[in-house]
Design a protein around this ligand. Sequence first.
Ligand SMILES: NC(=O)c1ccc[n+]([C@@H]2O[C@H](COP(=O)([O-])OP(=O)(O)OC[C@H]3O[C@@H](n4cnc5c(N)ncnc54)[C@H](OP(=O)(O)O)[C@@H]3O)[C@@H](O)[C@H]2O)c1
Length: 278
Amino acid sequence: MSEAITILGARGMLGSDLAPVLIQGGYSVQALDLPEFDLTKPKHLAHALDGAQVVVNCAAFTNVDQAEKQFAAALAVNGPAVGALGLAARERGVFVVHISTDFVFDGRLERPYVETDPPNPINAYGRSKLEGERALQRSGCSHVILRVQWSYGRHGANFVAKIVERARTGAELKVVADQVGAPTWTADMAGAIESLIRHRREGLYHFANAGYASRFEVARFIAQELNLPARITPCASAAFPTPATRPKNSRFNTARIQAVLAAPIRPWQEALAEFLRS
Ligand SMILES: NC(=O)c1ccc[n+]([C@@H]2O[C@H](COP(=O)([O-])OP(=O)(O)OC[C@H]3O[C@@H](n4cnc5c(N)ncnc54)[C@H](OP(=O)(O)O)[C@@H]3O)[C@@H](O)[C@H]2O)c1
């Protein structure tokens, strides 16, 4: 009989790309999201876990700037609710896959981050997500935490979609050149999640498409690939103040997860070019 997996936050950007990958992998998938499922409601948690062997938590308060003003709301979903999920999973023997973020780091390190580097979030969203990681670890359930970064996919607001939309107008586009990371397709994240589930890897892992670039370089790549008329120029983060400060260095060292995967993680350019073509 196939293993039963529940995806929480299943209508979000990652969740909606994850379901087909798991179904293709032979799993039986239950997909839950607001409004019928609320991570902060204990009764909903119990119902979501009954009959499942694995739960993947993609549900989160993900609006980084809004989290500055609505910290309590962000924390409720990203922090204690993840701990409650862990406790409910431990009671039932369910394996938890939880998704976290590079925003747990301050971005001041001058090399890619490894899993053992100490977190030090510099915005409210990062603090709430770190609280969730710690609450899950304290719960004592069997779990893996996958930190991802600079996500893009077919559903939901993201950096790639914003650049495409603005670059189509042909207007001049100023894009920050002092934030470096790797744009990462949710479809590629989904493959990594499936491997972690299949091999029941526990602990903490970093995942991103291979290579690094500044947001400016990513924007220029997108415009070139799509042959868009935009004039793209670099600028500093300081020129675009946002409610939440972003880390300058979002680079991940992915050696640990690479050892679990059957194939080399593909370069961000290859994944993004395929995404844009599709
Ligand atoms: N996007 C990125 O660049 C990025 C980077 C690093 C890490 N991550 C992490 O990746 C994971 C997946 O995020 P995503 O990119 O797929 O974001 P997303 O598109 O915003 O998906 C999150 C989903 O969770 C739902 N949700 C919010 N509050 C909930 C609650 N109380 N109960 C149940 N569901 C709730 C959202 O519903 P509504 O839309 O109705 O609110 C949405 O469907 C998250 O853990 C996020 O922190 C994302």
